[in-house]
Design a protein around this ligand. Structure first.
Ligand SMILES: Cc1cc2nc3c(=O)[nH]c(=O)nc-3n(C[C@H](O)[C@H](O)[C@H](O)COP(=O)(O)OP(=O)(O)OC[C@H]3O[C@@H](n4cnc5c(N)ncnc54)[C@H](O)[C@@H]3O)c2cc1C
Length: 357
């Protein structure tokens, strides 16, 4: 008899899980409340393939990022997804910040990632417009076209038998005996179906579907950590991604590129009480003051409010796979969730194989 599994959410993580589980021979259904795939956090991010520099060594984020990055580069090559290994510079805007670079380098080494410390003149040779005291060079960092990745993961999942139900919102989950009873709503119907297992990959909505009991670590943070982006007009000034030293709750307003060469700055961290994706044009003043610390040339260029995303943050600040009988919920899958998606999918595959023994 085949084992059935419902995946809630068709973002990059849910789709990667669908592909992995369908390839393992499970009968996979994906329920997505929106009318399209990947319309939430998976389309509102920097699209960076992270090397795995900043995470706590041996944390779930660090483990998944490191193995996910290798799997993702391989996947992009094998399936023709647009990507580029741009490399990344983490810059010290003044001499006082140089010691922070050393701390980042030490942490990266503990995470098995090599960074080279380079002088201000070596930075100039790579990126003439940068005005900094020194930098760390990460050669493993890159960018990926997340939309192409999601389309490809869905195609692969469907090729292995998975079914996608759009406009289908899961409203309630209950472990009943050896099955999970799932209630869902479409635009016209309410349904109740049984599955052997459920993978809750609902991103910002994941915690609403489960009882997280008394574990404070698993609770979402009270405010939403919105990240805004501005687009840069004209030609891209840098070939590498450029990051300042990280700030609390985020990596700092950095420079990133999409795979067709458009340049963006962001995300900042704006704590908001309710989710919403509008970018306030007045944030430009803050953006310019941050960017000027490493690129004075920004003053000659036009910045335009572009888009924003919301980080699904939980108190534990790590990826958490919360298992309750036959339901596994993926909580706190903020950055580096894209980078980690294929590795997370493999972990969930192993878990379900273990459960079904
Ligand atoms: C500002 C920002 C920048 C980022 N930059 C990077 C980066 O550069 N590199 C990187 O690796 N990661 C980055 N990330 C993280 C990455 O974007 C996320 O980790 C990843 O997209 C999460 O994917 P997901 O599938 O878990 O969630 P989502 O993409 O949010 O998908 C969840 C899906 O579930 C659906 N859903 C929700 N509730 C229900 C329900 N009840 N029933 C049915 N469907 C439901 C939603 O509609 C949605 O489609 C960034 C995140 C943010 C916010």
């Amino acid at each position: 008899m085949t084992t059935s599994v419902l995946i809630i959410g068709a973002g990059v993580v849910g789709l990667a899980c669908a592909r992995a589980l369908a390839k393992l021979g499970l009968e996979v259904v994906i329920a997505e409340k929106a009318k399209e795939i990947a319309t939430e956090t998976s389309s509102r991010n920097s699209g960076v393939i992270h090397a795995g520099i900043y995470y706590k060594p041996k944390s779930n984020k660090q483990i998944q990022c490191l193995s996910g990055r290798k799997l993702l580069y391989e996947y992009c090559r094998d399936f023709g997804i647009s990507f580029k290994k741009t490399g990344k510079l983490i810059v010290a805007s003044d001499r006082a910040q140089l010691s922070r670079l050393l701390t980042i380098k030490r942490n990266a080494e503990l995470c098995s990632v090599n960074l080279s410390l380079i002088s201000s003149s070596e930075v100039k040779a790579l990126e003439p417009e940068l005005e900094v005291a020194g930098a760390l060079l990460s050669s493993e960092t890159g960018i990926v076209n997340v939309r192409e990745l999601c389309d490809s993961l869905l195609y692969e999942a469907e090729a292995h038998g998975a079914l996608l139900a759009l406009n289908t919102e899961v409203t309630c989950l209950n472990n009943v005996g050896r099955k999970v009873l799932v209630q869902s709503e479409t635009m016209t119907d309410k349904n109740e179906l049984e599955f052997d297992y459920v993978v809750n990959a609902a991103g910002l909505g994941a915690h609403k579907l489960i009882d997280i009991g008394v574990d404070e670590m698993l609770r979402p943070t009270k405010l939403f950590a919105k990240g805004n982006y501005f687009s840069l007009s004209g030609s891209a000034p840098f070939a590498h991604l450029v990051y300042p030293v990280p700030e609390k709750d985020g990596l700092g307003i950095h420079y990133t590129l999409d795979t067709i060469g458009n340049a963006y700055f962001g995300p900042d961290v704006e704590w908001v009480e309710a989710p919403g994706y509008q970018v306030k044009p007045e944030l430009e003043v803050k953006f310019r003051s941050h960017i000027r610390r490493y690129w004075p040339g920004v003053d000659d260029r036009v910045l335009t409010a572009a888009y924003s995303g919301i980080r699904p943050k939980i108190n534990g600040n790590d990826f958490m796979f919360h298992a309750d009988k036959n339901i596994v919920s993926l909580l706190g899958v903020e950055s580096p969730g894209i980078t980690s998606s294929l590795s997370i999918a493999n972990s969930i595959g192993k878990l379900l194989i273990e459960w079904s023994k």
